[in-house]
Design a protein around this ligand. Structure first.
Ligand SMILES: [Zn+2]
Length: 347
């Protein structure tokens, strides 16, 4: 079969598309004929190499994909050939203290398909049954293959970790990016007053159309000053930050007393300065979050499948142009998800 391959760690030149051994399924796995997948910023990190993760190369990347079941292992009970499925990439052990407590996203050995183990950007992928969810008829492959990672991440951040209540105010940074555009829609759905930042008029218009009540171009204006001005110096109850180093101080500055900063990423660096006095004096909470539990995935994806939430599709490219897809992500051009399809699907 054909697969995207990371042949080494480095720039986009290490990305290849070509022959790769056909996957063989284990007893608990399902063979999926991949129709579409999507890039996440995680794919850029994996390409560059992540500390503590020693990947076998070549590595097939990709954490998001959807397609049709063609074969199931002998222990598989939930799926059969012909079923439409999407990948939910978080892998938990089911046995550690956190899994036994029902919080699979805190699993002691938690890992992600495409990050720590082979991914799904290939014509066929062998995926554990536990990492697949059914996709209803009528949902586009582009939507099915591009939504699970960012929507589950944003859902757990806002609904579980930040425990967002109707009437509260939320600031979503980078509201046209993957996690950002999901968080925007979820915050609006939860009944919050939504503040959003973006780097162009086009992105801000998108944010306004998808739930933002107030928007700020962070290239032109200090977003923390803007939030304080818009809220009569009060600040917002929750900030969704996936940006990291560049925004951390201002995210904390944008919070109201008792506010919560919830983070799922550090795209611009992991070691920001922080003003501890502001945290204790204002009674702030800093909440970490990653991926979600299977139940949280089910809850949010039901709202994607019924059209309540819409992933923005920035561009659809053949898997052989994955290097171009990485450039789009790294240059922060456009907004929403970059979808990839096996070249054979586009012929
Ligand atoms: Zn576990």
């Amino acid at each position: 079969m054909q697969a995207v391959k990371i042949t080494d760690h480095g720039g986009t030149e290490v990305i290849d598309y070509g022959e790769y051994p056909d996957p063989e399924i284990d007893d608990d796995e399902v063979l999926v004929d991949v129709k579409a997948g999507a890039l996440n910023h995680l794919d850029v990190w994996v390409r560059g190499g992540l500390p503590g993760i020693d990947l076998e190369l070549p590595h097939v990347p990709g954490s998001d994909a959807a397609g049709i079941v063609t074969e199931v292992g002998s222990d598989v009970t939930r799926f059969e050939a012909g079923d439409r499925v999407a990948v939910a990439a978080g892998v938990s052990c089911g046995e550690c203290e956190f899994c036994r407590d029902g919080d699979y996203a805190l699993c002691a050995t938690f890992h992600i398909i495409g990050e720590h183990v082979q991914g799904v950007h290939s014509e066929y992928a062998a995926v554990p049954e536990d990492n697949l969810i059914p996709v209803p008829e009528g949902v586009d492959w582009e939507v099915a293959g591009s939504s699970t990672l960012v929507f589950q991440t944003a859902w757990r951040m806002l609904i579980d970790r930040a425990d967002l209540e109707p009437g509260e105010s939320v600031l979503v940074l980078g509201a046209s990016g993957g996690v950002g555009h999901a968080a925007l829609q979820i915050a609006d759905y939860a009944g919050a007053e939504v503040y959003a930042t973006g780097s162009s008029e086009e992105k801000l218009e998108y944010a306004r159309d998808h739930g933002a009540d107030h928007v700020c171009n962070y290239e032109k204006e200090d977003f923390a000053d803007w939030v304080r001005a818009e809220t009569g110096k009060r600040g917002v109850d929750v900030v969704v930050d996936h940006v990291g180093g560049e925004t951390w101080r201002d995210s904390i500055r944008a919070l109201a007393k008792g506010g919560r900063l919830v983070t799922c990423g550090a795209t611009t660096g992991p070691n920001p300065e922080t003003d501890i006095r502001r945290i204790f004096w204002n009674g702030l909470s800093v909440l970490g979050s990653t991926m979600a539990t299977p139940g949280q995935v089910d809850d949010v994806m039901a709202l994607v499948w019924d059209g309540t939430f819409e992933p923005a599709i920035r561009e659809v490219v053949p898997m052989s142009e994955t290097a171009h897809a990485h450039e789009l992500l790294e240059n922060r051009e456009g907004f929403g998800k970059v979808v990839v399809k096996p070249d054979g699907e586009l012929e």
